[in-house]
Design a protein around this ligand. Structure first.
Ligand code: HEC
Ligand SMILES: [Cu+2]
Length: 341
């Protein structure tokens, strides 16, 4: 029993550890804002937290003072004077909440307009980056239609600019969320939603699908990469380049395997491609396979041979019987897909 008592004492501490686990080393957190939108959300959250704390402290202080001061003295059986109604008190406890709610309402309402304003920033004007986002079971497609290419799993934006996102869903409802930069918004089949995000500094920000969308929902992760304008332009130029198809050596073999197995029918390499699987134009720079597995050769091979075992319910067929030589050439080819060099 003693053990239980000790364990019990550690409960709050372990809960705290558990909660910090939600933040981890990644920036999948709304508590460390890196953009004007998330900053506003964070500030507003703190404001309401402070107001709530103030109300709680004042109410409990009064409660305990009254409890101590007016408690029945032992041996005293008299009934105190009975009163009914007190205009001054009633006005006080009506007016104070009105004031507190007004303090909350002003920034909340103005903030809502700020968040909902998906018109381009007049200062950026024609340079505004528009990205069409499509949620799929269980990956993200990012179409840069004006620029003429598509990207999978990783979305790039320029730093310090309001970027406008147009949200779609291919199959079921998903929710597009980059906590370090802003709030989430659902992607809904048949409906187009709009939102905007801005990053204050360069960095890689983790994103997640925030709407239960099937068995592998929890693995529907993606990355938002914010680059300085020049670097962003260089990335765009790279993605726009005509991709050379290798003609000799192991890369040519890998390309042949890629074509012979029909990978090319689902995965774009350069250009817009199809929407059946994530574009692989920039695959060499992926840190993860399928949104969450470390991008090692072992994981990549395991993924190609049996995607279902790694991400239940996803829409990529398995290639269990590919020969080792083909697999090696294929992996070398995928690793050569680099627009950033
Ligand atoms: C029928 C369409 C289809 C075919 C054919 C196909 N894939 Fe896929 N592939 C997908 C889909 C869909 C995903 C995304 C799965 C997910 O994350 O939910 C995917 C994911 C991947 C990924 C991970 C991408 C990333 O961004 O992390 C790689 C790598 C990949 N496929 C390689 C291949 C190779 C190599 C072949 C051929 C041997 C192939 N695929 C054939 C549909 C396909
Ligand atoms: Cu989803």
């Amino acid at each position: 029993m003693k053990l239980w008592k000790t364990a019990w004492r550690f409960l709050p501490l372990s809960l705290l550890l558990f909660l910090t686990g939600c933040m981890g080393e990644t920036n999948l957190t709304a508590l460390d804002p890196k953009g004007p939108q998330s900053q506003w959300l964070f500030d507003n959250m703190l404001l309401s937290l402070y107001i709530m704390a103030l109300v709680t402290i004042v109410v409990f202080a009064i409660f305990f003072i009254i409890l101590a001061k007016y408690r029945r003295t032992p041996g005293d059986d008299t009934i105190p004077k009975q009163v009914h109604g007190n205009t001054a008190l009633e006005i006080t406890w009506t007016v104070i909440p009105i004031i507190l709610l007004t303090i909350l309402a002003v920034p909340t309402i103005t903030g809502q307009f700020m968040l909902a304003d998906t018109e381009p920033d007049p200062e950026i004007g024609e340079d505004t980056v528009y990205i069409k986002v499509t949620g799929h079971q269980f990956w993200w497609q990012f179409d840069y239609e004006d620029e003429g290419f598509t990207a999978g799993q990783e979305v790039y934006i320029p730093v310090g600019e309001k970027v406008i996102f147009e949200l779609h869903a291919q199959d079921v409802q998903h929710s597009f969320w980059v906590p370090a930069l802003g709030g989430k918004l659902d992607t809904i089949p048949g409906i187009t939603n709009h939102m905007w995000l801005e990053a204050d500094e360069p960095g890689v920000f983790k994103g997640k699908c925030a709407e239960l969308c099937g068995p592998a929902h929890a693995l529907m992760d993606f990355k938002l990469v914010a680059l300085e304008r020049d670097d962003y332009d260089a990335w765009v130029a790279g993605m726009q380049e005509e991709v050379d198809v290798p003609t000799e050596g192991v890369l040519a073999e890998g390309r042949a395997v890629f074509e012979a197995n029909g990978c090319i029918g689902c995965h774009a390499i350069g250009g817009m491609g199809t929407a059946a699987g994530p574009a692989l134009s920039d695959y060499a720079n992926r840190e993860v396979v399928a949104g969450y597995l470390e991008n090692t050769d072992e994981n990549l091979e395991a993924w190609i041979r049996d995607p279902e075992s790694l991400k239940q319910g996803n829409n990529m067929p398995a290639f269990p019987d590919m020969s080792d030589a083909d697999m090696e050439a294929l992996i070398a080819y995928l690793r050569s897909l680099d627009v950033q060099n």
